[in-house]
Each structure stands twice: as C-alpha cells, then as structure tokens.
Design a protein around this ligand. Structure first.
Ligand SMILES: Cc1ncc(COP(=O)(O)O)c(C=O)c1O
Length: 326
C-alpha cells in the first residue's frame, strides 16, 4: 500500500511509518510527479494533488451521483462488465445520463489501472451529477463528471480474515425502497455511515442492518451469508441489500459445488443459530464472522464451508477478469 493510501486508511503502526529518508517532500519535483497517482477526470489524467472537482458539483453538495468499487487482481479487473452494468442501472434509476458508452467507461477503468501500473488494487469509479447552482434541481447541472481512482484498500485488519469478525446489529434501519432504494449505489451513503459509526461506537468493525420490518438486510458495505446444516442462506435483495457482485459470485461458486443456496427473509435469531457466517463485498472480499451481538456463531472459528469458499474465491480472482496489460 502507498504511504498516502495507508494514511487514508488510518494505519499508523510503527512498521508502516514511512522511512524519513524517503519522505516525498525530499524528492525532487520530477520524481514526485512520476510517482504521483494519476486520476482520471472527464477524459484527462491529473496528478493526485491536482485532481479536483468544483465545489458546485452536486455530487459534493447533495451526494447526487453514483459509484462503483472494483478490484484488480493479478493484472486483471475482476467482474468489470458486471460493475459497469450496475453503474448504468444506478444511473438510470436516478435519471443521470453518463456521458460515455458502456465500452468507454470500461476502457477508462482499465486505462487508469495501466497509467498507475496497478496490478492488484482497488478502483473507485464515480459519476457525479456535475456542476450546478446551489439549489437542488439536477436539471441545472450541465454535465456529469466521470472520475476513476486506481489505488489500494484494506477494509479490515488482516487478522480478522484469519480469526473472524465480531459484529453487532445497529439501530439505524436500512433505507426504505420507497425512499432511497438500497439497490442504487449512490453517493449518498449516510445511511450506511451512520450504521458504521454505531458499530464503531459499539467496539465493532461492521454492523448488521435490519430493514424497517426487522429482517436482516446487509452490512454497511457487505452482503451477509449464513450456513446451517450444510446449506447457505442470504437475505433476498428485496430485504434491502445491494445487488452485490461478490454475492452473485459466491452463490454461483456454491451452486457449482452442489451446495444449496436460498434467499429467504432472515431474522437475527437465524444469524445467532447459524453454524457459520461470512460477509461478502468487493472491498471486504470474503470475511468470516464469529460473533454477532455477543452470540458466538458455530464453534467461534471460521467454518469449513466459509474457508473453502474463501479459497475458491481467491483462486477465481487470480485468473479471471479484464486484462490490464494485454
Ligand atoms: C451497501 C453495500 N452492500 C454490499 C456491498 C457488496 O457489493 P459488491 O460485492 O458488489 O462489492 C457493497 C459494496 O459495494 C455495499 O456498499
């Protein structure tokens, strides 16, 4: 991970303190420019410190826009087409016309990875409503802006992938479909952020969010799965979950291995009495959960089906995706 990425992720362990001899301020300007991350904005590449958008962009003023989080593994962009499809679905839902074709957005993502020599990392693709007035009206925004950042991400400390996470249910309820449909991956993530704050206040890294009916919906940035008697269960999308791309991959992998997967409404009781539990997301990948609201899940250790799916997911990501350096 780069120094700036580590700082953004809040890692401050002594081993990660940058060598003072390599401090960027001491590097000459041309070397700094060479090393700087290149960020794509509306067809051009800018160095990290010059990559700026207007304070009048409605993405900033109102969270009016959409995004995708995508991963690159082993010089390939994983499930790129699926992410771009979902971006266009989100755009349609909020009546935002992306000023590029599907193929052009895909090419911009791959080219930004190439510009940054990114072989393994995380890509943030953002489309804002664009520059407008101080009023809400999106029709006053001239043109949406497309931004691609190719960087690194580490959502949870590595030991949690070994030992499993402890998570809690939080009071903030998942957005109603009739208010802001959770299927829209919008720039307005306050619903999730409030839940994350509540999880952190409760000493946990992640939160289970329930919908207004009290059924399990998802976590703040991940879908949730449980395993009971050898079968996999995950909340249905109508329970208020994002149409997770990792979720789909896991369902497909499980079925290919003759493991039954169903999508019934789940309650906290179902989670507490599961044999295994894990979360899925592009950022989080697959992460086991071993405690929920103080109840130990199964043996309290990542279970065998979870472990085998983690191994299969890792293997798949090594070999599948859009090549960055063809
Ligand atoms: C709210 C929410 N749920 C679930 C997910 C997992 O979705 P995916 O696997 O497509 O990354 C994400 C991440 O994008 C998310 O933000």
């Amino acid at each position: 991970m780069t120094q700036s990425a580590r700082q953004r992720e809040g890692f401050k362990t002594p081993s990660e303190t940058p060598n003072p001899r390599l401090h960027p301020r001491m590097l000459c300007r041309s070397v700094r420019e060479l090393l700087a991350m290149k960020i794509y904005i509306d067809g051009k590449y800018f160095d990290e410190r010059n990559a700026k958008i207007s304070v009048f962009d409605h993405g900033l003023l109102y969270g009016d826009g959409i995004f995708e989080g995508i991963r690159a593994y082993n010089s390939r962009v994983f499930k790129l087409k699926e992410h771009i499809d979902r971006l266009f679905y989100s755009a349609k839902a909020i009546l935002l016309t992306i000023p590029m074709s599907h193929a052009e957005v895909m090419a911009a993502v791959v080219e930004t990875c190439r510009q940054n020599k990114l072989r393994d990392g995380y890509i943030r693709l953002v489309v804002t409503r664009g520059v407008g007035g101080l009023g809400l009206n999106p029709n006053r925004c001239k043109k949406p802006s497309v931004i691609v950042i190719a960087d690194k991400i580490q959502l949870y400390p590595p030991e949690y992938y070994e030992r499993g996470l402890e998570i809690i249910t939080v009071p903030t309820v998942r957005n109603l479909h009739s208010a802001l449909n959770p299927a829209i991956k919008s720039l307005n993530y306050l619903n999730n952020i409030l839940a994350k704050i509540e999880a952190n206040n409760g000493g946990c890294e992640e939160a289970i969010m329930l919908n207004a009916e009290g059924f399990v919906s998802e976590c703040t940035g991940d879908n949730v799965f449980i395993i009971k008697n050898g079968e996999i269960f995950t909340p249905p999308l109508y329970a208020g979950a994002l149409y997770g791309i990792t979720r789909s991959v896991v369902i497909e992998m499980a079925r290919e291995n003759s493991i039954s997967v169903s999508e019934p409404n789940l309650t906290r009781y179902d989670l507490f009495n599961a044999d295994e539990c894990f979360l899925t997301g592009t950022g989080a990948e697959l992460i086991p959960v071993v405690k929920i609201d103080g109840r130990t899940i199964g043996t309290g250790k990542p279970g065998p089906i979870t472990n085998s799916l983690v191994a299969k997911y890792k293997a798949l990501t090594r070999v599948s995706g859009e090549p960055i350096f063809p």
